[in-house]
Ligand binder design. Structure first.
Ligand code: SF4
Length: 433
């Protein structure tokens, strides 16, 4: 039974946490123990809200009291909003209660900064330690690291959480100084770097022949971060370069992009009528291309074209700028080459390679290989035959792919029109582009 006072706090602190997008609960493989809960696939699944955000975790702030004044944040010190704070035990009780009733698969815990970064981090650690050691909770925990907290505390937090994240929020030092002047780039990147180094070190130890039989748990699902999109003037190219650098140098598992939602009046903030959701979507598509398709930021954008096309996805745009690389013959192309074909995703490319081991591919095989022919038709041949409904001419293909259909209001809206082409939507969610 949850106490009424805790429920009141929950209303405030769940509402306050909703602007953090970095809550996907995948990738953890916590060893099974005698405790309660599991991160294994039987217990964990993803749910997505209409705006694309993950909703399978109890996602709360420990408190929305904050000594900082980040301009874009509803919880900033200057705002007159209802405030609340959970005790560590209240969070444990809520988590266990919801978990045992199957409402949630885990906990996403963040907090405003109270007193100091160290004090806040200590309270967060106290909560997750209690959850693991006293309540024997073995489910998924995503814990926010507090910028500026002592590195020892950061590493302690990593022992209890499946995933940790420290939000960069703004994609450049100048923007951070303008909109979140109390946060320093170093206070975000140093802990991120230190966690990344430890994760890498652990990986190397695990590969050694004389590796220890057991290793202490250390954030098995890695670390992530979030960038706010559209609150500051950085281009998509700058954002993609930053993401590339974070994946490479900080060994981040995920960078999340969160379209800026205006919640405060402040002359330093842009006036937006709607959050830039299409831009957020393009960045996610491009992020997928960086992580799984072998693209670099510079291939997708350049100084002359620093922003993604609103009408076409980044992979098609790249293909249209590089017509000399197409058409690709599906019966002989390497896996890496297949991945570059619009409409062929990781799953399709693997299926093509597997099928080629037993037979030559025929055109009739393509649908069962989950190739999205609407996009792919212009970029391949099968047994030497081209199947596009227009010649391989970038302007003509662009025209075909952006042509209005009856009832369409704007070319941007079709991205979210689930009824028109569900294969597009499922491929966008699964990252098959
Ligand atoms: S640190 Fe900044 S972003 Fe975080 S809760 Fe406080 S004001 Fe909001």
């Amino acid at each position: 039974m949850i106490r009424e006072s805790a429920l009141k706090k929950l209303t405030i602190l769940a509402e306050s946490a909703k602007y953090d997008a970095s809550c996907a609960s995948s990738g953890s493989n916590r060893a099974h123990s005698a405790g309660v809960g599991t991160t294994q696939s039987s217990g964990i699944c993803h749910s997505w809200a209409a705006d694309g955000r993950c909703i399978s975790l109890l996602k709360i702030l420990m408190t929305n009291v904050c000594i900082y004044n980040c301009t874009y944040c509803i919880n900033r010190a200057n705002n007159d909003v209802p405030r609340a704070a959970f005790t560590p035990e209240e969070i444990c009780e809520l988590t266990m209660n919801f978990y045992t009733k199957n409402y949630i698969e885990g906990l996403f815990l963040s907090s405003g900064v109270i007193q100091s970064p160290d004090h806040t981090m200590e309270l967060l650690i106290k909560t997750v330690r209690r959850l693991r050691e006293i309540h024997r909770f073995n489910g998924y925990i995503h814990l926010k690291l507090i910028p500026g907290a002592n590195l020892d505390l950061v590493h302690t937090a990593c022992r209890y959480a499946d995933r940790v994240s420290i939000n960069i929020e703004l994609p450049s030092r100048e923007s951070l100084a303008m909109l979140a002047p109390q946060k320093k780039v170093e206070s975000i990147l140093l802990p991120m770097h230190s966690v990344g180094e430890t994760l890498q070190h652990n990986q190397e130890v695990k590969k050694k022949k004389n590796k220890p039989k057991t290793m202490p748990a250390y954030t098995p699902a890695g670390q992530s971060t979030q960038l706010i999109i559209g609150a500051t003037p950085e281009t998509d190219l700058q954002i993609m370069r930053l993401s590339s650098w974070l994946y490479e140098k900080m060994t981040l598992k995920r960078v999340y992009y969160s379209a800026y939602i205006p919640v405060n009046n402040d002359s330093r903030l842009p006036v937006l009528h709607t959050p830039p959701l299409l831009r957020e979507h393009r960045l996610y598509q491009a992020d997928w291309l960086l992580r799984f398709y072998g693209f670099s930021a510079e291939e997708l954008l350049d100084e002359a074209h620093p922003r993604f096309d609103v009408e076409l996805d980044p992979k098609i745009c790249w293909a249209l700028r590089n017509p000399g690389r197409f058409p690709v013959e599906l019966n002989i192309a390497d896996y890496e080459v297949l991945l570059r074909v619009p409409g062929i995703g990781v799953r399709s490319a693997k299926k093509i390679i597997a099928l080629r081991k037993v037979q030559r591919i025929q055109y009739n095989d393509l649908r069962k290989l989950h190739i999205v022919l609407k996009r792919a038709q212009y970029f391949f041949t099968v047994n030497g035959k081209y199947y596009g409904d227009t010649p391989l001419d970038p302007a003509a293909i662009r025209n075909r792919l952006t042509i209005p259909y009856p009832g369409r209001v704007s070319s941007q809206l079709d991205l979210f029109d689930i009824n028109r082409d569900t294969s597009d939507l499922t491929s966008a969610i699964s990252g098959e582009i």
